[in-house]
Design a protein around this ligand. Structure first.
Ligand code: PMP
Length: 338
């Protein structure tokens, strides 16, 4: 295949069957491996869509600056699009994010501003607030705001959903994805439910996030908010891209279960994926154990690649320091499986 630029290679990622980590489960379980995108994550899909929609609306003009608060993957997608279309990029990030993610964005020519993690979203120091202020101060700048920009879910409605429907030949019965901004969950779920209203969607949430409780009770409970480690999913806000009517069930996953499953995906399936991928698979399997039947087909989105987590879940000492792994008397490392 020949392409005119790197951004034309976004999308059309493979569905790969799980063979080991779901041993003993009924039905077929496939993962959609989004690290096959050029920026190594599914965020490339919404980056190009947000920029194209902003160009059409006149919000982004030649020579402009893109400013975004990002956990890294959106930044990478926007950096690729910025390079292809001639925009400067400035990204604000929370300091809990992997150093690798920051370095990658700098490698792509972006300016990165690191902000404190454990401050409320409306604190002037938060990465949301700093991005908004820069957008006000810098002329001809565009703040995509992936949380509330509806081009985000539309990207997944136009690409991720149809790809899953075609690749499963319409046989999909269950769709599972981690929920951060909500774009990948809700965009693809909307498309899939339009094709077959019986498709069941399962959103994966973290402990320390408000989503599950809000879905189940309608209450935005601040007691649900506390620090956690898993990157990319769970929120202390309700982004506009989360449409709770499109998410049938939520499953919460601990940092440890997510980390251990991430390592299993690499070692048992050959899928060198990111931490939220372990969360998505662990949570989806918890649901599948009780609910998946013989002829069912589940698809789980795996958002990004493992390289960005080499210093964390793929590092034995880091795992041990967090109580996720132990060494036996022979010095052999063993992940602690709950
Ligand atoms: N995993 C990772 C690694 C992410 O960066 C994100 C984006 N925040 C997600 C999962 C969640 O995806 P979405 O924003 O589409 O809900």
């Amino acid at each position: 295949m020949k392409y005119n630029s790197i951004i034309e290679t976004i999308g059309d990622t493979p569905l790969i069957r799980l063979n080991k980590v779901n041993k003993g489960f009924k039905g077929e379980i496939y993962v959609k491996v989004e690290y096959f995108n050029p920026g190594n994550s599914m965020k490339d899909r919404m980056a190009i869509k947000m920029v194209e929609d902003a160009e059409k609306e006149g919000l982004l003009k030649p020579g402009g600056t893109i400013i975004e608060g990002t956990s890294g993957n959106t930044g990478m997608g926007l950096a690729l699009v910025g390079i292809a279309r001639g925009y400067k990029c400035i990204f604000t990030m929370a300091d809990k994010q992997s150093k690798e993610k920051i370095d990658v964005l700098k490698a792509m020519g972006a300016e990165v501003i690191v902000c404190p993690t454990n401050v409320p979203a409306d604190d002037p120091k938060s990465y949301y607030s700093v991005a908004k202020k820069l957008n006000k101060d810098i002329p001809n700048s565009f703040y995509p705001n992936q949380y509330d920009n509806l081009s985000n879910w539309k990207a997944h409605y136009e690409t991720t959903g149809p790809e899953i429907w075609e690749d499963t030949e319409g046989k999909i019965t269950h769709y599972a994805a981690g929920v951060g901004t909500g774009g990948s969950m809700c965009g693809a779920a909307k498309y899939l439910k339009e094709q077959n209203p019986k498709v069941i969607s399962i959103g994966i949430d973290t402990y320390g996030s408000v989503f599950k409780k809000f879905k189940e009770t309608g209450v935005f409970d601040e007691n649900e908010i506390y620090p956690y480690l898993t990157e990319g999913i769970g929120e202390d806000i309700l982004p506009k891209n989360v449409d709770f009517s499109l998410i049938d069930h939520f499953v919460k996953v601990t940092d440890k279960d997510a980390a251990v499953m991430t390592r299993r995906l690499s070692r048992e399936e050959g899928l060198f994926v990111g931490w939220s991928c372990g969360a998505a698979v662990h949570g989806a399997l918890e649901f599948a154990k009780e609910n998946l039947k013989e002829n069912d087909t589940m698809v789980i989105i795996l958002p990004d690649h493992g390289t960005r987590y080499l210093g964390k879940v793929y590092n034995d000492d880091w795992m041990k320091d967090h109580g996720f792994l132990e060494y036996n008397t022979y010095g052999t490392a063993r992940d602690i499986i709950s």
